[in-house]
Design a binder for this molecule. Structure first.
Ligand code: CP
Length: 300
C-alpha cells in the first residue's frame, strides 16, 4: 500500500493485518524506530482528534512531525496544495496526512505524486471518506465484540453528510458485518448506500443492536434546504438512556466526535458505562501507528 486513501482500496487481509499490528502496539508499549522519516499534517479543515492522534502516532515511532499552520504558511499567499506538498517533499518529508473539504482531492494528489517518495493519508475529504476513523472504530468494536458476522450495528444521525458513515459502510461490507442499520430522518438520508439498510425508525435500528454509533450533526455541511430543527431531531433521534435500553444490555455506544451533547447523545449516555467514545480516541493512536508503519514498509 503506497497511500491510505479509502477503505475500498483494502482487502480483508490488509484490515486484519492493521488490526493485529495496532493491538500489538497497544499491548507492547515498545515501538520500532522510524526516525529517518518525516510527516506533515496538512489540515485544511479543523480537527482535534485526527491531527493530534497522527502527531502522537508518528512521534511514538520516532518520526519528525511538522504541522502546517494555514494562516502563517504560504497557503495564505495562494500556494496550491500540490506546490505545498512538492515543497515539503523537497525537504525530505515523505508522509502527508491531509484533511480537506474537496472530495477526492487526496486521491488525485496521490496520482500526481506517482514516482515520488511521498505517501498520502486521507484524514477526511469532504463528505466522502474518513478511512482511518473507520479503522479505529473497527478496532474498538473488535476489542469488545467477538464475531463481526454476528453483529448488529446501528448508526444514527446525519448520514447524508457523513464521511464517517461512508467509510463505516465500506468496512462493514468488507468484514461481513451481519447487520448494519442506518437510522436518519428523511432529510439526512443518503441517495446511495454501499451497505446496510436505511430506516427512519430509531426503535427498529436500535432493537437488539450490539453497537450503537451516533454521528455528529455536521451543521457546517448543510445546504440551505437541509437544515432540521434540532428540537425535532432531539425528539426523535437523540440517544437517551431510555432509547439505549432497546439495544442489547451489553451494547457499546460510539461517537467519532466531536460530540454535540444533548443533540446526538445525552451526556449520561456519552459518559455512561456503555460508552467507548474515549476508547475510540485512545485506539486511534495505535491504529494510526499501524497505518503509518504499513506505508513506510511499502517503501522499504
Ligand atoms: N473524529 C474526527 O475526525 O474528529 P476531529 O474532527 O476532531 O479530527
Amino acid at each position: 500500500m503506497n497511500h491510505f486513501l479509502d477503505i475500498n482500496q483494502l482487502s480483508t487481509a490488509d484490515v486484519e493485518g492493521l488490526l493485529q499490528r495496532a493491538f500489538e502496539f497497544k499491548k507492547r508499549g515498545q515501538f520500532p524506530d522510524y526516525s529517518s522519516h518525516a510527516l506533515a499534517n496538512l489540515f485544511y479543515e479543523n480537527s482535534t482528534r485526527t491531527r493530534i492522534s497522527f502527531e502522537l502516532a508518528a512521534r511514538r515511532l520516532g518520526i519528525t512531525v511538522v504541522n502546517l499552520d494555514l494562516e502563517s504558511s504560504s497557503v495564505s499567499k495562494g500556494e496550491s496544495i500540490e506546490d505545498t506538498i512538492k515543497t515539503l517533499s523537497a525537504m525530505a518529508i515523505n508522509l502527508f496526512v491531509i484533511r480537506h473539504t474537496q472530495e477526492g482531492l487526496q486521491e488525485s494528489l496521490a496520482q500526481q505524486l506517482q514516482g515520488r517518495p511521498a505517501h498520502i493519508i486521507n484524514a477526511g475529504d469532504g463528505k466522502h471518506a474518513h478511512p482511518t476513523q473507520a479503522m479505529l472504530d473497527l478496532m474498538t468494536i473488535a476489542e469488545k465484540k467477538k464475531d463481526f458476522k454476528q453483529l448488529k450495528i446501528a448508526v444514527v444521525g446525519n448520514l447524508r453528510h457523513s464521511r464517517v458513515a461512508n467509510s463505516l459502510q465500506s468496512i462493514c461490507k468488507l468484514m461481513g458485518v451481519g447487520e448494519l442499520m442506518l437510522v436518519a430522518p428523511e432529510i439526512w438520508q443518503p441517495d446511495e448506500l454501499q451497505y446496510g439498510r436505511l430506516t427512519e425508525s430509531l426503535r427498529e435500528g436500535l432493537d437488539g443492536a450490539d453497537v450503537v454509533m451516533c454521528l455528529r450533526v455536521q451543521r457546517e455541511r448543510l445546504g440551505k434546504k437541509e437544515h432540521m430543527d434540532l428540537s425535532t431531531y432531539h425528539h426523535f433521534f437523540t440517544l437517551t438512556e431510555e432509547r439505549l435500553a432497546l439495544a442489547k444490555p451489553d451494547a457499546i455506544v460510539m461517537h467519532p466526535g466531536p460530540i454535540n451533547r444533548g443533540v446526538e447523545i445525552e451526556s449520561e449516555v456519552a459518559d455512561g458505562p456503555q460508552s467507548v467514545i474515549l476508547e475510540q480516541v485512545h485506539n486511534g493512536v495505535f491504529m494510526r501507528m499501524a497505518i503509518i508503519e504499513s506505508l513506510i514498509q511499502h517503501q522499504a
